[in-house]
Design a protein around this ligand. Structure first.
Ligand SMILES: [Zn+2]
Ligand SMILES: [Zn+2]
Length: 334
């Protein structure tokens, strides 16, 4: 098969790769669409010890079953592969399973990813493509599940109804935009602000949101003014912005992890009783709920997604790297 292979730091090659071999309880999917995620970019920069070249990246995948149960069925994949036997898996917190692996990772076990014509996946990770969701847009299910999980973690911690809440989303990438869409369209959050420094991205976000989209330096973003802040970037500077804008008693949901350490205002966090929640994944239930929301177009038409051929995937990665890409999500089509 043809695949976009990660062959070294900032290097991707579109070339021949061995077809996957079918194994028990798994199926081979003919990939229809595969999204580029922030974590793929992290690997591309040579910064991910679980993704070592040569490797096919990509875990946001839709396609058609080529070999295995239900051949010919249109499907979308939940890329999070868990053991199914531990306490976390048995209690519906599969995302915390310590044996979890993701498609497009090769440490500690190899799982080739979705930037290819074919991908092997366990049957339990295969979900029927819901009616009303276009095949080529379906890879958005995975980042939407991440965002839904994050918003609902925040929801559990706020002390008033979402209607009376003022929320700030930091970052206008896919996770940021999806969090803002979920807050305004599904949770009916009182007031939502999104901040993003890249002007091109900001324009795309403001076109697709009722919420106020603005730059992080906008003085209308006030200190101690938000009940909920979502940091979808995870840099030292964005965490500082989160702790600055959060109200006493408020909740920060930290989804991005671009920079795992740095200075943080623990004084305010302590004296003002701030709740800080880390998250980056979702449960199987979140994934099912997400497919249901997407099938009913609950978060809009998703026309902010950009599509490119898998064969020119290397250019798409370069554009994201250079910051010349305005789309919050690029999906590659084999
Ligand atoms: Zn992803
Ligand atoms: Zn487990």
């Amino acid at each position: 098969m043809k695949a976009l292979v990660y062959t070294g730091t900032e290097k991707l090659e579109y070339k021949n790769f061995n077809d996957p071999n079918i194994v028990n309880n798994e199926s081979i999917i003919k990939v229809s669409a595969s999204g580029i995620c922030g974590s793929d970019m992290h690997a591309y920069h040579g910064k991910d010890e679980r993704r070592i070249p040569p490797l096919i990246l990509g875990h946001e995948v839709s396609g058609i079953i080529e070999k295995g149960l239900n051949k010919g069925k249109k499907v979308v994949l939940n890329p999070l592969i868990t053991c199914g036997n531990c306490d976390y898996c048995k209690s519906g917190s599969e995302h915390l399973c310590n044996k979890r692996v993701l498609l497009g990772m090769n440490r500690p076990v190899e799982r080739q990813g979705g930037f290819a014509e074919l991908v092997l996946v366990p049957n339990k990770n295969i979900y029927e493509l819901p009616e009303g969701l276009e095949m080529k847009k379906a890879p958005i299910a995975e980042p939407t599940a991440v965002s839904l999980h994050a918003v609902e973690l925040g929801e559990k911690n706020i002390k008033k109804s979402f209607n009376d809440c003022k929320a700030l989303v930091i970052g206008g990438g896919a996770i940021g935009l999806l969090c803002a869409l979920i807050l305004e369209k599904i949770k009916n959050c009182g007031e939502v602000y999104l901040s993003e420094p890249n002007q091109k991205r900001l324009e795309v976000c403001s076109k697709n949101l009722k919420s106020t989209s603005t730059t992080p330096k906008d003085p209308s973003l006030k200190e101690n003014d938000f009940d909920l802040v979502f940091d979808t970037v995870g840099l030292e500077v964005t965490r500082n912005s989160a702790i600055k804008h959060i109200k006493p008693g408020g909740t920060i949901v930290h989804i991005g992890l671009s920079q795992p350490s740095g200075i943080f205002d623990f004084r305010k966090a302590t004296l003002q009783e701030i709740t800080f929640i880390g998250t980056y994944c979702y449960t199987n239930k979140d994934f099912e709920n997400t497919l249901n929301l997407l099938s009913k177009n609950k978060i809009g038409d998703l026309n902010w997604i950009e599509f490119k051929n898998l064969s020119s995937g290397a250019e798409a990665f370069k554009e994201i790297h250079d910051g010349t890409c305005s789309a919050p999500k690029i999906i590659l089509i084999p």
